[in-house]
Structures are given as C-alpha cells and as structure tokens.
Design a protein. Structure first.
Ligand SMILES: NC(=O)c1ccc[n+]([C@@H]2O[C@H](COP(=O)([O-])OP(=O)(O)OC[C@H]3O[C@@H](n4cnc5c(N)ncnc54)[C@H](OP(=O)(O)O)[C@@H]3O)[C@@H](O)[C@H]2O)c1
Length: 293
C-alpha cells in the first residue's frame, strides 16, 4: 500500500510508531504539539507540519497517538484540528487510549467529510513501539480495517479486530485497569515484604516464579527493585485509564472496586509529584510511609 500518512503525537509511544512507519518507507508527515520531538524524524527526511490540519491535508490515512480524550479532541476537532484539513475519504485511526464514547463522537464528526474512523489502541509499551511489536485492538468496520492493515503492520506483532466502533477502546480499558490493579497490588506486597523483614530478593523470586508472576508484575517488579522510574508508561496516564475504565463500568452497572483502590494508589503518586515518572513509581509513597512510620 503506497498510502500517504499523517501521524499526530510523538510522545513515548508515537515517536517509536512514527519511526517504524518511516523505516517502512511510507510517505509520512508528522505533527507534535511541542516542536522538539519531530526533529529526529525530520533529520531522517520525514516532513513535519505546523498543525494537525496541515499534516492531514495530503494524507490517505491519519493516525493519532496522544495522551487522553481531551488531547484527542483537540488534535481532531480543534481550530487547527485534523478534521479541518482532511481529504474526503481519508481513514482516521485513533490509537490513543480514550473513551469509547469519544470515539463514537469522533466518527460522527468525521462522517460528513466521508472519512471512516477506526479505534485502534495498542498493548505493549515504549520498547514495543520502537521495535514494531505492538498489538492493535481495533474497533470499527472490518473492511475499513483490512484497507489499513498494511499501514499498521510495520508497527505491530498483531492486529485483532475486536468488533464495532469503540470495541477496541473498551477492551483496552479492561486490559489496562487489570494491569493497574496488578501494579497496585505488587506495590503493596513489596511494601509488606520490606517492612516485615522478609528476605526481599528471595521473597520476590517466589512470587515472580509463582502464580502472581504475570508479565506485567515481572516487568514492574524489576523497576520497583531497581528504583528506576525511566518512563515507559507514565503514572498519570495509568490514573487516566483507571478513571475511564471506572466510568465505562459504571455505565454498564459493574462496580470496579479493585480499580477504585488502584486509582487511589496512582492518585497518591501523582499527588506526591511523581505523575510524570513511570507507573512503577507507585511503590515510593508506600516506602515513604514506611520511613515515616
Ligand atoms: N506508554 C505506554 O506504555 C502506552 C502503552 C499503550 C498505550 N498508551 C497510550 O497511548 C497514548 C500515548 O501514550 P504515551 O506514553 O506516548 O504518552 P506521552 O509520552 O505522555 O505523550 C503524549 C503525547 O500527547 C501529546 N499531547 C498531550 N496533550 C495534548 C494536547 N492537548 N494537544 C495535542 N497534543 C497533546 C503530547 O504532546 P507534547 O509532546 O507537546 O506534550 C505527546 O505527543 C496514551 O493514550 C496512552 O494511554 C501508552
């Protein structure tokens, strides 16, 4: 597919994803709110646009990867938003983790321009984005998704068609609230181990080799042990995902009590000024409480 692409949002994930599209040889225009993140790609011959509208102007496919509903609304519907410049019939892909309701609103706003929308959030983190190993959870028309599979392929290890529009967003929120709960439980377990005087390394080895040792728990445990909070996934973004999941579940009549508890852990870290650090930082307020106690 020789599609012309626009990519909006060059954060932790977007920079790696756009890099993969450039590597694959696509005709690519990028945009980021701050100027700096585009520089590396521009040095490799990628075009950088002054606004989402300008980036979208020549594109057959427009992909957005920004932080949340508000950021997504701004890049698509803002004064210089992509919908102001988009060509008739372009395919719009929202890969950010956002609310299913916002995805449906975006699709309604894009329909008059004849643009189809897909929600295609991803699992995987910074290194998976940089290495083209993300898993796309796509919602929307299956034939439309088939048209853009060649665009998603260089960024991914797989593309799952979850169901109608908004389904990818919904599954992603379920996926992430479970991850957030696991990380919060691990932080509390590690704090118990450290306070109780158990041999920390031996105890963690038992947990990680046993039933609690999910891929998420293993990854996060290594960062908590090393106290290395280099960002893979910002703590504030996990708080956002937990909030969106709780709101969606409320609509469905499902009380997300574990997510509520996990959200308190993430809010505590954000309140302590650690929201920009990796999500594994949520153990630190508990360690500080130990020290204080
Ligand atoms: N990191 C992960 O492991 C991971 C994994 C799966 C899914 N996700 C999801 O993927 C999305 C991106 O995550 P990330 O880790 O790449 O986030 P990030 O590093 O915080 O980057 C956020 C991006 O959004 C842009 N942005 C924020 N507010 C904006 C606004 N009002 N208008 C325009 N642009 C705005 C930022 O632009 P500036 O550079 O100008 O601030 C930046 O490009 C999020 O929805 C996240 O939940 C993340």
């Amino acid at each position: 597919m020789s599609a012309r692409l626009a990519f909006l949002g060059l954060g932790t994930m977007g920079a790696g994803m756009a890099g993969r599209l450039a590597d694959a040889g696509f005709d690519l225009t990028v945009w980021n709110r701050r100027r700096g993140p585009a520089e590396g790609l521009v040095a490799r011959g990628v075009r950088s646009a002054v606004s989402p509208a300008a980036a979208a102007a020549q594109a057959d496919v427009v992909i957005s990867m920004v932080s949340d509903d508000q950021a997504s609304r701004s890049v698509w519907l803002g004064t210089d938003g992509a919908l102001r410049g988009v060509r008739d019939g372009a395919v719009l892909i929202e890969s950010s983790t956002v609310s299913p309701g916002w995805i449906r609103e975006l699709a309604a706003a894009a329909a008059p321009a004849g643009c189809g929308v897909l929600d295609a959030p991803v699992t995987g983190s910074r290194t998976h984005a940089a290495n083209g190993e993300l898993l796309f959870l796509a919602g929307g028309d299956a034939a439309l998704l088939d048209r853009v599979r060649p665009v998603l392929a260089p960024m991914s290890r797989g593309i799952v068609h979850v169901g109608p529009l908004g389904s990818g967003a919904m599954l992603k929120l379920v996926n992430n609230f479970i991850c957030g709960v696991q990380a919060a439980a691990l932080a509390e377990g590690l704090a118990m181990i450290e306070r109780s005087g158990l041999d920390r390394d031996r105890s963690l080895e038992v947990l990680l080799q046993g039933a609690p040792g999910s891929p998420l728990v293993k990854t996060v445990a290594a960062r908590m042990l090393a106290r290395d909070y280099t960002v893979h996934f910002r703590a504030a973004l996990m708080g956002k995902d937990l909030r969106y999941a709780i709101a969606e579940a409320r609509e469905l009549g499902v009380p997300l009590e574990t997510a509520q508890a996990a959200l308190r852990s993430f809010d505590r870290a954000v309140g302590a000024g650690r929201g920009e650090a990796d999500m594994s930082v949520i153990v630190e307020p508990l360690r500080a409480a130990l020290t204080a106690g």
